[in-house]
Write a protein that binds this ligand. Structure first.
Ligand code: F58
Length: 828
């Protein structure tokens, strides 16, 4: 319980960044108290920290609403095209700090809370992460939402309001244990429930013909109900909506059955319907729940399309205008059923000719691909598609046939071996298809979509990913931000390429000293956190070497671990050789059904336990595996990193976005020529990037060499030694054979070429040791990374989509007077 102290009344106005809107800390304090009392029903002296947090969030949300209405009104009145970003995942993290910073109300909030005897940092730390995503794809969607608002592009994000986001990860004796995540346990502070925005969605049944018209007779229906979260731009200039759908039963509760005493049965329809938005799929490797996943995909896609058409039809009466008014981006193939569903809505339900419906749908739709890995490309059994969505299956066949007409030799089809290939379907139904880094886009053209690219040479375009500087630099790294703003002013925050203006200051000793001090203090903070949270003592001046991302063989955490073991052995054999002290930091979740990844998690923990207990190597090497990696943990780790591990097998990482966050925050990259690493290296300069390993072409050639792994092991005694230690149970004495699966795979199969790249990786790491020993030179390289990475802003990426894919324009809200007298708004 938090007691309220009646403190100084801070009435001095705090200039908010919002034009014409001066918010005093006293105003804010009053609205916090009002929300606490009248919305949460709590007396200040009885309020817990989360009550205060929610009251503060509501007080801020209140200040967003007028701007939100004004933005939507401007979009409506201008007749401008709207962008619709359909994504199965939005990995948002916390929103309170983001909103406060974007509204320019941080100082006011700090003072208001101090007046109330509270501490802003404690309140911020209380917010649960909204983890409605698995990894990069979901985080990209969240960065894009913030940038869409910041550049003033009228847009809606559409997704699913999962009751349980990505599982929580705990380690029990080194093994990953998954626990359900419960972000909705406390009252969600940001969203508005929209009982009036709900659509009925159907599944199953059959299709009949009536005078040449297809009529779908579904057998099952649920309701999608909207929840809206306003997303405010930097400096509150614009706000868009993130609209998430929650599944409800069509017919509520069965009172008759209840009255007969059949209590569980009475609640059954509700429970069944709600299952659709119950959990985020942590994975696409498991077979279970395939049907439910397809239902989820259709559920949110179909609800979103209905909403888009409803809005369009309220404003226009000619369906042919749709492509001029709506750009619909499919974030990977999860919403690819949008193609046939849109055709169905236009043709079956609105009477447009089939061919025209296909052309119209295609002119609205575009598709982003995030992976080339065959096992991750979605395919649905035709029989399942037919059973759940019989009319859509017919339309998929029509779309495929219509496409086939244009290719006399008929080499590409969306239907193969009894499956629907969603990548091909999305490609056929999109006017643009984009990759997420230059290399990835070229590989799309030459591999998975080679044939489709030949047929449609203008369709594939590149849009290299980006990250929002507001969250990933301004908020996450206060010390660095203050230095940047002191040096070049605040303009960089929404024009990140201004960071280039830092470089002329590198000659001033003062700048690099302050840059180094910011990094040192960030590392000291992290060291303290590791001591208190993980009971791990580390040298805060050591090289902080960080690999944080989902655990996957292609991301090669195990290569990093093998190098760690080899380094440990070398230090132990020769402790006085002048080693550069290192802290190896890992974090990441393994998909629950991905056995190999879970073994890697276990192994990292067991290796960490052995190395951290070694008194001889302790001054030079520590290993930390932080549990439950999430957005908030990334915000803590990235500003404290010296070295960013981006070591995927070349050709496998579509882009990466962590790599951009690290470079901006002054960590040097050790990386392969993969994904956006290639573009980062081009921009920061090859002398400020530690490159190693095979290229994508070399990877393909190397795989053809018989016994490539055995050869590599034979040629490198360090690698052989590390593998032998694992294989002999040095880190798992209770079960020496525990990792035979891992060592066997690496020695005989090694698809991801860990062994073949190991020696080059080891050598790169030793070059890094030497470079880090010269702190002045290192800090200069780090600062160059910051100064030259401004291009990786998601504002730039969004402008690229607007120009090359959506043909959409940015808008500005009119003056503050119009904002404040908005009257009652028809929402959305
Ligand atoms: C990631 N994909 C790419 N997929 O791996 C990464 O290179 C890229 O930077 C990022 O997208 C953004 O473009 C990714 O995160 C998933 O999370 C899948 C979602 C569906 C279930 C399986 C994982």
């Amino acid at each position: 319980m938090t007691s309220m102290t009646v403190g100084r009344v801070a009435n001095a106005p705090v200039a908010s960044a919002l034009e014409g809107d001066l918010v005093t800390s006293a105003d804010l304090r009053d609205s916090i108290l009002r929300h606490l009392t009248y919305d949460l029903g709590k007396e200040p002296e009885m309020a817990e920290i989360h009550d205060w947090r929610i009251a503060l969030s509501l007080a801020l949300r209140e200040r967003i609403v007028d701007h939100w209405f004004a933005s939507m009104r401007t979009a409506r009145h201008s007749g401008a095209k709207r962008v619709y970003y359909l994504s199965m995942e939005f990995l948002i993290g916390r929103l309170l700090e983001d909103s406060m910073v974007n509204l320019g109300l941080e100082e006011a909030a700090d003072r208001a809370l101090t007046d109330l005897g509270l501490n802003l940092q404690d309140i911020l730390a209380d917010e649960p992460d909204a983890a409605l995503g698995n990894g990069g794809l979901g985080r990209l969607a969240a960065c894009f939402m913030e940038s869409l608002a910041t550049v003033g592009c009228p847009a809606f994000g559409y997704g699913i309001r999962y009751e349980h986001g990505l599982f929580k990860q705990r380690f029990v004796q080194g093994r990953q244990v998954e626990e359900p995540e419960d972000w909705l346990q406390q009252r969600p502070a940001w969203e508005f429930e929209r009982s009036d925005i709900a659509f009925k969605l159907c599944f199953g049944g059959e299709v009949s013909e009536d005078g040449g018209k297809a009529v779908w007779h579904p057998e099952e229906a649920v309701v999608a109900k909207a929840y809206d979260t306003p997303i405010i731009s930097w400096q509150g200039r614009w706000a868009n909506t993130l609209r998430l759908w929650s599944a409800r039963p069509l017919h509520g509760f069965d009172l008759e059955r209840f009255n007969r005493g059949e209590f569980a049965a009475a609640a059954e329809p509700e429970a069944l319907a709600r299952t659709i938005s119950r959990v985020l799929y942590p994975d696409d490797t498991t077979e279970q729940g395939k049907e439910l996943r397809l239902k989820q995909e259709f559920f949110f896609t179909a609800a979103s399309l209905r909403d888009i058409l409803r809005r369009f039809e309220a404003e226009h009466d000619n369906l042919r205008l749709l492509p001029q008014k709506a750009a619909i981006q499919l974030n990977d193939t999860h919403p690819a059923i949008a193609g046939p569903e849109m055709v169905r809505l236009l043709h079956d339900e609105r009477g447009m000719e089939l061919d025209e419906a296909i052309v119209t749908a295609r002119a609205c739709l575009s598709y982003t691909n995030h992976t080339l890995m065959p096992e991750a490309l979605e395919r649905w059994p035709e029989h399942l598609m037919h059973r759940l969505l019989p009319r859509h299956m017919q339309l998929i066949e029509r779309i495929d046939a219509a496409h086939a007409v244009k290719q006399p030799t008929r080499q590409v089809s969306a239907l193969e071996h009894g499956e629907v290939k969603m990548g091909e379907l999305a490609f056929m139904m999109a006017h643009k298809v984009n990759g997420v880094s230059a290399l990835h886009t070229e590989l799309m053209k030459s591999t998975v979509f080679a044939e489709l690219h030949r047929l449609h040479p203008d369709r594939i375009v590149n849009q290299t990913n980006g990250v929002t500087p507001r969250r990933w630099v301004l908020s996450a790294n206060r010390r660095l931000s203050a230095l940047i703003t002191d040096t070049i002013g605040e303009g960089w925050v929404d024009d990140l390429e201004q960071l280039e203006q830092l470089e002329p200051y590198f000659g001033d000793a003062g700048f690099l000293d302050r840059y180094a001090a910011a990094k040192r203090e960030n590392k000291a903070d992290l060291s303290n956190w590791l001591a208190t949270e993980m009971d791990l003592k580390v040298d805060p001046t050591a090289l902080f070497d960080v690999q944080i991302k989902r655990i996957h063989e292609y991301k090669r955490q195990h290569m990093n671990l093998l190098e760690t073991i080899a380094l440990w052995k070398e230090i132990a054999a020769n402790p006085d050789a002048g080693w550069t002290p290192r802290v190896k930091i890992f974090a990441g979740k393994a998909a629950p059904g991905y056995v190999f990844a879970k073994e890697i998690v276990h192994l990292i923990n067991e290796v960490a336990a052995v190395i951290n207990a070694d008194p001889v190597t302790a001054p030079y090497l520590k290993v930390a595996f932080l549990p439950n990696y999430n957005v908030t943990l990334a915000e803590r780790l990235i500003p404290a990193a010296d070295l960013s591990e981006q070591i995927s097998t070349a050709g496998k990482e579509a882009s990466g976005t962590g790599n951009m966050k690290f470079a901006l925050n002054g960590a040097l990259t050790v990386g392969t020529l993969d994904g956006a690493n290639v573009e980062i290296r081009e921009r920061v300069g090859e002398e400020n990037f530690f490159l190693f390993g095979m290229t994508a072409d070399e990877v393909i050639a190397r795989r053809e060499v018989p016994g490539h792994a055995a050869q590599a092991i034979e040629a490198d005694a360090r690698l052989a030694g590390a593998l032998a230690d694992i294989g002999e149970g040095r880190f798992s004495p209770d079960d020496p054979g525990r990792y035979h699966g891992v060592t066997g795979n690496l020695s005989h199969h090694d698809y991801f070429l860990v062994c073949s790249d190991f020696t080059a990786y080891w050598e790169a790491q030793r070059r890094i040791d030497a470079a880090f020993a010269d702190q002045n030179a290192w800090m200069r390289m780090a600062a160059i990374n910051t100064a030259r990475s401004g291009w990786f802003s998601s504002d730039r990426a969004i402008r690229g989509y607007m120009a090359d894919i959506w043909n959409a324009e940015a808008l500005e809200v009119p003056g503050p007077g119009d904002v404040l007298h908005s009257g009652r708004q028809a929402l959305g």
